[in-house]
Design a protein around this ligand. Structure first.
Ligand SMILES: [Mg+2]
Length: 334
């Protein structure tokens, strides 16, 4: 009979076996090296990109592309104003709701849907500068009745759940199944519609691929899964609709992300389409930030932003990565 070498020493062994030492060394090395400096930079760029896209696009929210052209030529600076009368560099609900999720996860160190709901409730009570109707209804339903999953509603196919997905993508980096579960749970606090769910899941997957350094072509192929949910998401013949309907929002972001060659071009072309420009800007900014990384974000835009927001999203991006499955033990699905 073959004699097997034990993999682990018994607890009473005074000295770890060479085998165990190698395993411990390997595990600790894998855990620290899985999150590389590049991944950290891309994650930080994604959260900063979200805030910049929100702030760049908000002044032209609800304007048409031709109205923007008449007023700004091409809007390429963070100017403030608009119907919300924002200060230059001020962010809106897209960034604020993302912060609600990120803070809940960072504070708890784990998935905390109640913490997210509580942060949404506190945010709504703080009289935010802007709140979507579907988000307001869902949060009020949570506050008054403790409902964590709003019932299906055919009108819930707005972009309010996907606009706050970035922290969920960071927290679940390295595990597709966890991403799917967390994406849908956070979404359904306010939105319950298959198109919203699908957009949340697939946006999360695109962010994962971008942060991990995959190519534009690989990211494009991932979208086939979204098209299999509904052909409506296809953007080959983009008609320029940039409304708050999640299908229009995703088409707009994808159309400009795949046509542009750098972070700035992606965001400028997206927000100059108008419509729900703060949200298309925020989603494009998160994806482009993840794809292009910190070095590609124009410094003049970062300088124009609310410093406290930039500092907080930078810290939270790093913190969420430390809780991710990738940091804790490697990829579970590619
Ligand atoms: Mg907004």
């Amino acid at each position: 009979m073959e004699r097997l070498t034990p993999l682990f020493t018994s607890p009473s062994s005074p000295v770890p076996s060479p085998c165990l030492s190698r395993i411990v060394y390997c595990i600790s090395t894998c855990m620290t090296s899985a999150i590389t400096a590049e991944i950290k930079s891309r994650a930080k760029a994604a959260f900063i990109g979200l805030a910049i896209g929100d702030s760049l696009g908000a002044p032209v929210e609800f304007m048409t592309a031709s109205e923007i052209r008449a007023e700004y030529g091409i809007l390429q600076e963070i100017v403030g104003g608009g119907w919300l009368r924002l200060k230059p560099g001020q962010v809106t609900d897209d960034t604020e709701m993302s912060l609600c999720i990120a803070r809940a996860l960072a504070a708890g160190g784990g998935w905390d849907l109640k913490g997210i709901g509580d942060n949404f409730a506190a945010w709504l009570k703080s009289r935010p500068v802007d709140v979507g109707d579907t988000c307001r209804r869902g949060i009020r339903n949570y506050m008054l009745n403790g409902v964590m999953e709003t019932p299906f509603n055919q009108w819930d196919a707005g972009n309010g759940a996907v606009m706050r997905m970035l922290p969920v993508a960071l927290y679940t980096l390295g595990d597709d199944a966890l991403l799917e579960k967390c994406a849908v749970e956070q979404a359904r606090i306010t939105h319950n519609h298959p198109f919203s769910d699908a957009a949340c899941i697939f946006f999360g997957r695109l962010v994962h691929l971008a942060i991990l350094g995959y190519s534009r072509n690989r990211i494009r192929r991932e979208l086939e899964g979204l098209f299999s949910v509904s052909d409506n998401f296809r953007f080959d013949n983009y008609r320029g609709l940039a409304t708050g309907y999640v299908v229009d929002t995703m088409q707009t972001v994808m159309h400009y992300f795949f046509r542009s060659r750098d972070f700035e071009e992606c965001l400028v072309s997206t927000v100059n389409q108008g419509g729900d420009a703060d949200t298309t800007g925020a989603i494009a900014g998160a994806l482009a930030g993840a794809f292009y990384g910190m070095d590609e974000i124009p410094k003049r835009w970062i300088k124009r932003m609310d410093r406290r927001v930039i500092d907080e999203v930078s810290l939270l991006a790093e913190k969420l990565l430390t809780f991710s499955p990738l940091a804790r033990g490697g990829l579970k699905a590619g």
